[in-house]
Write a protein that binds this ligand. Structure first.
Ligand code: NAP
Ligand code: ZN
Ligand code: ZN
Length: 360
């Protein structure tokens, strides 16, 4: 007979879980494995709320397992390390992002691209090697193989830095990989949410001229003054879209909901690249003409590998890049999810886990 969540592992744990696709989160006692020889155990201090958490607890992609404890922008302090851990010690500040496992031997893994390993194990909702499911950072503590644990840079704030573990790497990686990291390039960012606002910060740090495409005119001043974007276009306004037709080298599209793609392709230069990172529920609608006229490229990108995630954190610390956050107690999480759904957050909720999650 299958063991209960509370007894399948020896270490008691506590978190907030969705029980079903209503997506409502409530306290849950569960358990985590003992610290293995290559494992790092840490107390969770902060955890960002990614829109993926919302897609997942509502089972919008049809892949969710329940109970689901979301959270993959996790920062904490090490409380125990296994006997063969090389890089961490008790008291270190650490992070865990979207991944806690991969095969470590396929071509992607060999090239530091664990994010494209076909056997990758996601931080929550994935079967682990022992057959139990993974649970994320809306919880009191985590345990992960040290390969998937990030070293936290000394001068990077823990709370506003936590969203870099998903929002940061998911935008940094395609900017780098698709060559959109060169000074003077014209880069568009579509959707000014958690991913979008850090995409603007990284693109600016790379020296790009950045245009934000948003459906929310009220974000204009914040984008220009606060985030230092160069231009702001209301993507639903055909006149404004026409004013930048054929002008951009590349676009990072972070939109979480179904939206028209052809207008975005129209603002690319010939050979320009549209990189999808947002994951709407429904498939895209695309006319061949919108690609053929100007041999435009449409592609996608998922998270980042462990080496690149560390590089991104170090780059962010060096350049003073963090997320703009609203720090919340964990019992606000359901209201926060509703506000994420309505794009009513500037620009990332971060849960103050250590100070607000009371163990049962
Ligand atoms: P978010 O904070 O909710 O931001 C999404 C933004 O999209 C909103 O702020 C809004 O910006 C825009 N938007 C929302 N609904 C829209 C609509 N109906 N039409 C046009 N624009 C709309 O979400 P996030 O955390 O940044 O995540 C964004 C997406 O990326 C999600 O789908 C998430 O699952 C996905 N994601 C993918 C990866 C990956 O590895 N590829 C990693 C993390 C997240 P404006 O108000 O400016 O229009
Ligand atoms: Zn995420
Ligand atoms: Zn692999």
């Amino acid at each position: 007979m299958a063991k209960s969540l509370e007894s399948e592992h020896p270490i008691k744990a506590y978190g907030y879980a969705a029980r079903d696709s209503s997506g409502v989160l409530s306290p849950l006692t569960f358990s985590r494995r003992a610290t293995g020889e290559k494992d790092v155990r840490f107390k969770v201090l902060y955890c960002g709320i990614c829109h993926t958490d919302l897609h997942f607890v509502k089972n919008e992609w049809g892949i969710s397992t329940f109970p689901a404890i979301p959270g993959h922008e996790i920062v904490g302090m090490v409380t125990e390390v296994g006997s063969k851990v090389d890089n961490f010690k008790v008291g270190d500040k650490v992070g865990v992002g979207c991944l806690v496992g991969s095969c470590r031997s396929c071509q992607s893994c060999a090239n530091d691209l664990e994010n494209y390993c076909p056997k990758q194990i996601l931080t929550y909702g994935s079967p682990y090697y022992d057959g139990t499911f993974t649970y994320g950072g809306y919880s009191d503590h985590m345990v992960a193989n040290e390969h998937f644990v990030l070293r936290w840079p000394e001068n990077l704030p823990l709370d506003s830095g936590s969203p870099l573990l998903c929002a940061g790497i998911t935008t940094y990686s395609p900017l780098r990989h698709f060559g959109l990291d060169k000074p003077g390039l014209k880069v568009g960012v579509v959707g000014l949410g958690g991913l979008g606002h850090v995409a603007v910060k990284f693109a600016k740090a790379f020296g790009a001229e950045v245009t934000v495409f948003s459906t929310t005119p009220a974000k204009k001043q914040e984008a220009l003054d606060g985030l230092k974007a160069d231009h702001f276009i209301v993507s639903k306004d055909p006149e404004q879209m026409k004013s930048v037709a054929g002008s951009l080298d590349g676009i990072i599209d972070t939109v979480s909901a179904t939206h028209p793609i052809a207008p975005l392709l129209s603002v690319l230069k010939p050979s320009g690249k549209l990189v999808l990172v947002g994951i709407p529920q429904k498939p895209l609608e695309l006319s061949a003409f919108s690609l053929i006229m100007g041999r435009k490229i449409i592609t996608g990108s998922a998270m980042g590998g462990m080496k690149e995630t560390q590089e991104m954190l170090d780059f962010a610390a060096e350049h003073g890049i963090t997320a703009d956050i609203e720090l919340i107690p964990i019992d606000y999480v359901n209201t926060a999810m509703e506000r994420v759904f309505k794009s009513d957050v500037r620009y990332r909720f971060v849960i103050d886990v250590a100070n607000s999650l009371k163990t049962a």
